[in-house]
Design a protein around this ligand. Sequence first.
Ligand code: ATP
Length: 517
Amino acid sequence: MKDYILEMKNITKEYPGVKALDNVNLKIERACIHALVGENGAGKSTLMNILSGTIPYSEYSGQILYNNKECKFQKIHDSENLGIVIIHQELALIPELTIAENMFLGNERKNKFGIIDWNETFHQAAVAMKAVGLEESTQSLIKDIGTGKQQLVEIAKAISKNVKLLILDEPTSSLNDEDSKMLLDMLIRFKKEKGITSIIITHKLQEVAYVADEITVIRDGMTIETIDNSNHAINEERIIKGMVGRELEDRYPKRDHIISDEIMFEAKDWTVYHPIYTEKCVVDNISFHVKKGEVVGFSGLQGAGRTELAKSLFGKSYGSRISGKEFIANKEVFLNSARDAIVNGLAYVTEDRKTDGLILSESIAKNTTLARMEKIADKKGIVDISKENNVAKEYVKAMKTKTPSIHQKVGNLSGGNQQKVLLAKWMFAGPEVLFLDEPTRGIDVGAKYEIYSIINDMVKEGKSVVMISSDLTELLGMCDRIYVMNAGKITGEFSAEEATQEKIMSTILKSDCAVVK
Ligand SMILES: Nc1ncnc2c1ncn2[C@@H]1O[C@H](COP(=O)(O)OP(=O)(O)OP(=O)(O)O)[C@@H](O)[C@H]1O
């Protein structure tokens, strides 16, 4: 007989106008890795928020049995006391504090006088960091370590709380393939060596196939099926069929590659230093171009400088001591603010939608038109609300954004649906050159196809797209040309015909340029 650590029975959760979960059932076997998959807005995060007490007992109906005992969690602390730890999509670390301080925040190690025992704090932090293979000083600041290591700090934190059931909501969405594999292998090790059970939510289906022993598919707030993957033989198509309800024939929509010789955007000798550590060179003498109707990709590891390159080109939105030239349609431009960049036909879709791209307390309609309000305003500058609503409705339809209405606050949407609103906002801005930074992070397979189709339509109209992505298959599927960046420099360039995953990976890995000049 199977030994279940957790059973969630008939869980129902409603928000105004949305039934997020409708009688969901989930059974998790002890010391197993269980994947939760489903389209954007299917209800995965809501289910896990209920399990962790983020959504308290009074706000849903149904039953949670943990180690065969009913639990009615009122807050996160209640579930953590029993060894259930959730790591959210957006990490909850404080950038200005050290790793050790972050690990014991709210759970400080104190001596008998009630004063923080720093020796014990650093010792216990070091032990937990060793368990996750994090090689850093316990006193390094969070803001100085990369996303991959930050993720490990969160897991070390969970280990220090004596975790029995670890919930990870899209843990690898901002990691490259190598860091992702390390993380997944760690979950497998925890399972085998410590008997830790994990629930992982992810849109990366090859990871699901690799790591999960069982897979539960949720669609429109309902459990569709639980698939056995104990022999790790499941293929991605099988999972997609459960998620989408049909086979998805092609992951990348076809495009006629009609690229003119006209260069639409060009950067020459572009160099950028860190905004605070102004002696640190982050983008080192980069020159590249994008032609009219071309999709150009940027590949590289985290910290290679791709985001910094794009942001600094976008009206100097990042960096200090910026030098070099940028040209739009062969004309040199001097862009000193994001507004300058927008007016000159550039758009930059950020990888950090929550702090950089959307106003979460505003509606979908307001956010969609935010970057170019003049397009829906009359001569006196007064916004025409009905125009605004029509624009928002069109994009919600085209991108299949899951929402009860265009007046819904963006903060109430699921992560993937927020990403769609962000893309809509920049597409409405009507740029000539669109920089997309991790555009499909947290987006389900079906919605990715919609986004790729929109990109194809844009380049067909003669626009140009620069795509930064950690997903190599996405770059290979979509780009006409791919640049490889490492430590602030361009270290390779491949045409679509010659590019392969192996060639790009080996260019990324073999380069060892120093970042600090
Ligand atoms: N606070 C809220 N208020 C209103 N609706 C909400 C709120 N939180 C979530 N929802 C809605 O509940 C539904 C389920 O959202 P949830 O975040 O659980 O989806 P998900 O499966 O995790 O999606 P994703 O893969 O995009 O992260 C969505 O329609 C979402 O808009």
